[in-house]
Design a protein around this ligand. Structure first.
Ligand code: ZN
Length: 334
């Protein structure tokens, strides 16, 4: 483990007055005295730079269990439905795309409607994404030009360079939508990412941000014992801090939703009292959950489960919160 530590200001309001919130092993989580945002401070430099994800993270991201469940049709079901409803066509950039499963599904379901591009810091999952025909750009989102070529076909051959070009070959803000599915919570400087997304969107373009919900039933029951309170998560948003975060980057809030509910995780973490859960174990659970969702005999259970998820969603208690943000259409010169 890299020993050097990075100290952070509040990722939402830049304040530097915070009180202790949780302590879990070496992990120190604080709450901003100004805006109430909960975040890790300090954090290890390998988490702050994203170096972790290109090194130790790859075993998890490329484990057969994780790949299989990522590419299962049900994995991004909720994200796809929400996305489709609000963005029926256009150029889409998925930031932190990992193995490319969201974009793969998007194009598989509606091949004529979207131009797609994924980006990530982690190399090995991107190799996999490309092997499945998802075009990607490698490296630091903040440092890259990410432009889909004007007039590029919405579908068709997905060879790198065919559907997109980058490195300053085109100016302007070309995207209709940019997605961050479970990404922002991993970033030491999330605001810079959202601001960059803002510059890359067309006026009126949408930004989808999904993060774990600090006010979920799981967090309320388990507190810091919850497995997702861990070193990889640097930011712990509620719907209100996430909304404020979006507004400070220049967006309007279009919609706020609460999705996903995993009672197995709550049960396991409750029983095991917050022990470290290995990446292999996470991958295996994801695989089991995904496989279970596809079994026909779980239909009545699924119906009940769906109802529970919906109820928790309405109450703002589901596992994740998603905000859809819009770049104001009338902003001149951007
Ligand atoms: Zn703050």
């Amino acid at each position: 483990m890299n020993q050097s530590l990075v100290y952070r200001d509040c990722p939402v309001c830049d304040g530097n007055v915070a009180e202790p919130y949780w302590q879990k092993g070496d992990l120190r989580i604080v709450r901003c005295g100004q805006c109430g945002m909960v975040y890790a401070n300090p954090v290890s430099s390998e988490m702050a730079t994203g170096e972790f994800y290109d090194a130790s993270g790859k075993d998890y991201y490329l484990s057969p269990a994780k790949l299989e469940s990522d590419y299962a049709g049900v994995r991004f079901e909720r994200e796809l439905l929400l996305f489709r409803k609000l963005c029926p066509r256009g150029a889409v950039l998925d930031v932190g795309c990992s193995s490319g499963a969201f974009l793969f599904q998007l194009r598989k379901r509606w091949p004529a409607d979207y131009q797609i591009l994924g980006t990530d810091v982690s190399g090995p999952p991107l190799d996999y994404a490309e092997s499945r025909g998802v075009p990607v750009v490698r490296g630091d989102f903040l440092a890259r030009e990410l432009t889909i070529r004007a007039g590029a076909p919405a579908s068709g051959p997905a060879r790198p360079g065919e559907q997109y070009q980058h490195a300053g070959s085109e100016t302007g803000a070309p995207y209709d939508a940019i997605t961050f599915w479970a990404v922002i919570e991993h970033l030491a400087e999330p605001k810079r990412f959202l601001e960059k997304a803002h510059t890359l969107l067309k006026p009126g373009g949408l930004c989808f941000v999904l993060v774990p919900n600090l006010r979920s039933i799981a967090v309320r029951l388990l507190g810091a014992k919850y497995r997702y309170v861990y070193a990889q998560h640097l930011n712990y948003f509620s719907a209100s801090t996430l909304g404020r975060f979006g507004e400070r980057a220049g967006f309007e809030i279009v919609a706020t939703r609460f999705t996903h509910f995993n009672p197995v995780v709550i049960w396991q973490d409750w029983r095991h009292g917050g022990r470290e859960v290995s990446n292999a174990e996470r991958g295996e659970l994801l695989k089991q959950t995904t496989a279970l969702k596809q079994k026909p005999w779980v239909k009545p259970a699924k119906w009940f489960y769906g109802l529970t998820e919906k109820a928790l969603g309405c109450l703002g208690l589901a596992d994740n919160v998603v905000v859809t943000l819009r770049k104001p259409a009338e902003v001149a010169g951007s």
